[in-house]
Design a protein around this ligand. Structure first.
Ligand SMILES: *Cc1c(COP(=O)(O)O)cnc(C)c1O
Length: 353
């Protein structure tokens, strides 16, 4: 079985460093667990580093956290489906929302269950994922506050995930301005501004985060020490926290271009080939079900990944200095997409180091 080796001490060190950075700017921090399916050992490791709050997008993950006896405050990053509202409000402490109808349903559900859950109203500052469009935000949120049973505690935004929009002083200030405008209009105080995710840390490192942003929700930076949106390795943090080890199940010399008329690959993609003659190729026992091709790279830079179908990863090992044989393993660095799929996959063993 392929394995993911998880370097807990590196993740813990990242957690400490991100916490220190955020706390030095009076920013509270939720560790986002969804990238590792809220793996309990990793979650406990991060909690032990002093980050007290968690966040996840999926109720199943939240349930696992609760079942492990973890009582920390949990923020739900994605609004729950209506049929699971009852379950949800009893498991989480805070929910990010972006629809008035959802607000009404949650308020109603909380009244019936005699629960109070904090709500953060999300604003879309341009990334085109969740949130009320910024131009309509003041009006909608002012109305939301009139029906919220005092459960809305703040505003939030998320950038970088769809449109790839970079966090900037400008869009952070826009968020702060919207908050001030809403407060002025409604005479209500909003205590929390949850400004963003990993990609927002860059503003902190550069000392450019406007004061007023007082919460961030960070997964990737702590887990992997990288920031995909800004396309950077975060040098203040540690990388190579997750390493995949897969086994060679076929090892043969084959041509570099296929023989026959070419259609689509197993996922409907157009395969591309260059004729560089006969190559030594290894097939490994993982595939797209367990990893994400573009976020996987061999530790040995002389090995080249050629392709992955559902269950087979094909590598060119012609230039590899080591004499690899059938049954040997090859190691890979993992980025977010591969970590997420690998942690989700029941076909991959997790080993904690
Ligand atoms: C996934 C997610 C995050 C965390 O993103 P990272 O890039 O892993 O830090 C934060 N906020 C929301 C709303 C998310 O969905």
């Amino acid at each position: 079985m392929p394995r993911i080796k998880i370097y807990l001490n590196k993740i813990q060190e990242n957690a400490k460093r991100v916490k220190k950075l955020c706390y030095s700017k009076n920013i509270s921090l939720n560790f986002v667990t969804k990238g590792v399916c809220a793996d309990i050992i990793i979650t406990k490791t991060v909690l032990s580093s002093g980050i007290p709050y968690l966040a996840d997008s999926r109720i199943e993950n939240v349930k696992n956290i609760r079942n492990a006896g973890i009582k920390s405050s949990i923020m739900l990053l994605r609004p729950p489906s209506y049929e699971r509202l009852d379950e949800c409000i009893n498991l989480v402490d805070e929910i990010l929302i972006s629809e008035l109808k959802t607000l009404e349903k949650i308020v109603e559900c909380c009244k019936i269950n005699n629960r109070k859950v904090n709500l953060i109203y999300m604003i879309d500052l341009g990334d085109l994922r969740e949130g009320v469009w910024f131009e309509n935000a003041v009006e909608e949120i002012a109305y939301a506050l009139s029906i919220d049973n005092h459960q809305i505690v703040g505003l939030g935004t998320n950038l970088g995930c769809y449109g790839g929009v970079i966090y900037s002083e400008d869009n952070m200030n826009l968020l702060i301005n919207i908050k001030q405008e809403v407060e002025k209009r409604t005479k209500r105080k909003l205590n929390k501004i949850s400004g963003g995710s990993t990609a927002a840390l860059k503003l902190l490192f550069e000392n450019k985060m406007p004061s007023g942003i007082n919460n961030l929700r960070v997964g990737e930076a702590i887990l992997l020490g990288v920031d995909t949106t800004n396309n950077i390795t975060i040098h203040q943090l540690i990388q190579d926290t997750f390493v995949l080890e897969a086994e060679i199940i076929e090892l043969k010399v084959k041509p570099s271009i296929p023989v026959g008329k070419i259609g689509k690959d197993a996922f409907g993609r157009d395969p591309e080939f260059k004729d560089i003659g006969l190559r030594k190729k290894a097939i490994l026992n993982v595939g797209e079900q367990d990893i994400h091709l573009s976020s996987l790279s061999p530790l040995d830079s002389k090995i080249k990944i050629l392709h992955a179908s559902s269950d087979h990863l094909i590598c060119d090992i012609t230039d590899c200095d080591k004499e690899l044989k059938l049954g040997d393993t090859i190691e890979f660095k993992m980025k977010y997409g591969s970590v997420m799929r690998g942690m989700t996959s029941k076909y991959v063993q997790k080993v904690y180091l």
